[in-house]
Design a protein around this ligand. Structure first.
Ligand SMILES: [Zn+2]
Length: 114
């Protein structure tokens, strides 16, 4: 499963950071783009599995969805797409192949356990 290997690398990274800083992680914050190819529910489930038996067991994965943002060459502004089926400006209908956001899969913060 694709999501499990991603979850395992997230846990690995968080664990390394926790060891280096001598802290305990309560939650990992992640930005997940709509175009990242990762299913959020599957990732949340896989995260629990990946945490099992590690110091991160019991920690939470907090996922922030990042919508698809494209650049419209006609309006000359970034536009948020409502659907990933249509890469067209929601305002003027121009095709918008230039993706600015939506491919993210990044850890943005580690929340420490008190
Ligand atoms: Zn436009």
């Amino acid at each position: 499963m694709h999501e499990l290997s991603i979850a395992m690398s997230i846990v690995d990274m968080a664990q390394e950071e926790a060891e280096r800083r001598k802290v305990h992680i309560g939650a990992v914050h992640l930005e997940l783009g709509a175009l990242s190819g990762v299913v959020k529910e599957a990732l949340l489930f896989s995260y629990k599995v990946a945490c099992d038996g590690t110091p991160l067991e019991g920690s939470r994965l907090v996922v922030k969805d990042v919508p698809i943002e494209v650049y419209c060459p006609v309006c000359k502004v970034p536009r948020i797409l409502a659907s990933m089926q249509w890469f067209c400006c929601p305002d003027c209908g121009t095709q918008t192949p230039e993706v600015i956001h939506g491919k993210e899969l990044v850890i943005t913060a580690l929340e420490l356990k008190q």
